[in-house]
Write a protein that binds this ligand. Sequence first.
Ligand SMILES: *Cc1c(COP(=O)(O)O)cnc(C)c1O
Length: 463
Amino acid sequence: MALTHPRAHGRPAGDLAAAPLFGLEPRRIPRHEIPAGELPPDVAYQIIHDELMLDGNARLNLATFVSTWAEPHADRLMAECADKNMIDKDEYPSTAELEARCVSMLAHLWHAPDPASPVGCSTTGSSEAAMLGGLALKRRWQRARAAAGRAPGAPNLVMGANVQVCWEKFANYWDVEPRLVPLEGDRFHLSAAEAARACDENTIGVVAVLGSTFDGSYEPVADICAALDRLQEATGLDVPVHVDGASGAFVAPFLDPGLAWDFRLPRVASINASGHKYGLVYPGVGWILWRDAGALPDDLIFWVSYLGDTMPTFALNFSRPGAQVVMQYYNFLRLGFEGYRSVHQYCRDVATRLATEIARLGPFELLTAGDQLPVFAFTVRGGARNFTVFDVSAALRERGWLVPAYTFPANRQDLAALRVVVKRGFSHDMADMLIADLRQQLPRLRGQPGPARHAAAGTSFHH
Ligand SMILES: *Cc1c(COP(=O)(O)O)cnc(C)c1O
């Protein structure tokens, strides 16, 4: 299928119609071609503003992991930095310095062995970070094969079928076999034994997710590393682990400090995180760090000029916004460790209470409880035959709530669930309003003659 864009969902196909009150001479304002002449800025602004009103309300968007609220001071800094290009290290040395400080802070947070010499960078998000992490794994494996005088072979990457779509993209774009371990029964993510069993001499690494986008659960990173240690003792295969901490790498350090999932585990070679998720920045910024310089092959690095010298970079993009990196630094400086801890603890408190209340309503069964990521998934009990999770999602949408329903990946495609992502800006009060709306919709759903909605193509949420 070509990369074509459907003309938006039944909207008018013809020209834009500007209201007479704008005081314009009658004229054509085409919708799908660049107009011939100028419009006054206030008219152009109003037309676009009005059309955007049909977007969902970001604050009611419980589907996304991405930040939907920030302090006005952060908004102000973002606006001040809208014109900063992250790649222009020479022209914007202060922005470059703030990026370096963020990398250093993350190296400490994630227990890099030598945080004084951190190896890492910002990216547009975890997807770009995953591409970079995967490329480093692939190049390391290629080099090790060559050094051992072995034929190149066909590389594979081991991960759970629950990985975010960026890992399937990585595998597709860089010719790596995605070795997806299916879910089984009530195991909704990768297990240590399955991970080790799937590895062979062509495995460039194992991806462990903290936590899974499907249900917010943490994969057992330490157990996976231990199983790979045993594999190495038994076979000599030395398989590195990349932790996809898109959400969890900004949650676990503050809420679960005793959980060893990061560079404290010697097998963890690299970690990615989305600054724009629990890093509390607006989209898009991500981070990737490697354990040390040895984990990042130096032939992947390019050099850009910086204060009369050169500076190493590793990125897919060239130009990229600097504002989000500035906002990340603002959050670190403004909140500190204790601030992040209390923001996320509040999210977890809201998530666990909301999950408990939903379970009490009767027809729902929790798959997770919101006590790892502040995220939980729940399904409709087998006994409730009149409605599906898709009906529940639609019913909530009538009140403005965006709560996605989706089916699970192999081998649990039979399981469909709803998911709630609790983020900064979603309060206990809002949770109460959501419960009230859900409770109010239940009699109608129960009174349906049968399910009205089923999984349709394109309803699964992978973000
Ligand atoms: C969101 C997410 C990604 C993709 O991250 P972006 O920052 O949106 O590119 C990858 N992995 C996991 C586990 C995620 O939750």
